[in-house]
Design a protein around this ligand. Structure first.
Ligand code: 8GT
Length: 128
């Protein structure tokens, strides 16, 4: 399963992180918002659509990071991360339990979905 996710930076270079709801796969784990790529969709178009659907905000994509393959007991995903900026809208949570803007140094303190840990490490390594 191909999944895109957005590392959205604000003007203070904080990062938007979202918490999965208690009724989702990986309940209450933190992730970067995003979702499954649908048929005939580019990764970039999929991510822009998902972020609008889930969070009610518009983003532009700045850059891509390495995809990370991860095998959960019940599914395997390829997580494709993009660095993004918010260009419009106000955050309204449609699916998630919570969100926060975090300083980069605090990212590894969260209880991440397993597939995201490698993505966080690469992102932190790139920025330091
Ligand atoms: N959006 C998103 N999904 C992630 C991340 N990390 C990670 O393991 N995933 C997994 O990727 C899958 C796709 O996410 P989704 O949000 O579109 O799908 P979903 O919860 O409806 O999944 P489902 O319909 O298979 O239960 C989920 O199983 C989710 O747990 C992440 O950072 N962002």
């Amino acid at each position: 399963m191909l999944v895109t996710c957005a590392i959205i930076l604000n003007p203070q270079n904080q990062i938007l992180v979202t918490q999965r709801s208690s009724i989702m796969h990986l309940p209450l784990k933190w992730e970067f918002p995003g979702g499954k790529i649908e048929a005939n969709e580019t990764p970039e178009a999929s991510l822009i659509r998902e972020i609008k659907e889930e969070l009610n905000i518009d983003i532009e994509i700045i850059d891509g990071l390495s995809a990370n393959d991860h095998h959960y007991p019940d599914k395997s995903i390829r997580l494709i991360p993009f660095i993004c900026r918010q260009t419009g809208g106000e955050i309204l949570l449609k699916e998630h339990a919570d969100y926060k803007w975090l300083d980069r140094k605090d990212l590894l303190d969260l209880d991440w979905a397993d597939a995201d840990v490698e993505v966080v490490r690469e992102f932190m390594g790139n920025c330091s």
